[in-house]
Design a protein. Structure first.
Length: 202
């Protein structure tokens, strides 16, 4: 039996502990397995995820970097590393890492979402909007993408003050009755109308 096959039950057990929120137990078991399977990138990636949950961000950076060292194409580890930097407020590093993960996997929706969020946190609203738009085109049903676009458009002011985009978007949003439940159809329609304004004027 190969090491990969012998490790599978252990990994399944780790994932179960992680999903149950037993992060300290997961971390202990990860460290035990890493001693036996030191070349397995998944273990370092999961260890880093646990360390994020435990707010051990400096340790999680080391874990994710080790996972990437063992597998330079491990896009999930890049994405998780960026999440650590976002938690630390190091948005430039996060943005750089996320762009690299998208190069490695151009349809990686999670990376697009995190990149847009990091750019937004940086105050780079124009680029954030473009990335959210790419995410929407990639996966219109990605959790929160439509709401995030609409939210961003309520405070994003284009640098070109001659544009009427902000006024038009505000007028559009003013007409929404937020006292009533907004359906997915309503959100899609609002998003499409916002998108038409952005596409025609940015």
């Amino acid at each position: 039996m190969s090491e990969k096959l012998s490790l599978k039950p252990e990994i399944d057990s780790l994932i179960k502990l992680f999903k149950e929120g037993k992060f300290n137990k997961t971390l202990i078991k990860c460290n035990e397995l890493i001693k036996k399977f030191s070349e397995e990138p998944f273990l370092y990636n999961l260890k880093g995820m646990v360390e994020i949950k435990l707010n051990n961000f400096n340790h999680s950076i080391i874990s994710f970097k080790q996972a990437i060292k063992l597998n330079p194409s491990y896009v999930e580890a890049y994405n998780n590393l960026s999440t650590t930097y976002i938690n630390l407020g190091e948005f430039e590093r996060a943005v750089s890492i996320l762009k690299k993960s998208i190069v490695l996997k151009p349809n990686y929706a999670n990376a697009f979402n995190n990149l847009a969020s990091a750019l937004n946190d940086q105050g780079n609203y124009g680029e954030a909007l473009k990335v959210f738009d790419k995410l929407y085109n990639l996966d219109p049903n990605y959790p929160g993408v439509k709401e995030n676009i609409i939210k961003l458009l309520t405070y994003y002011k284009p640098s070109d003050t001659n544009l009427n985009i902000f006024t038009k978007l505000n007028n559009l949003l003013i007409n929404i009755n937020f006292d009533k439940e907004i359906s997915d159809v309503n959100i899609v329609n609002i998003y499409n109308r916002c998108k038409d304004i952005v596409s025609s004027q940015l």
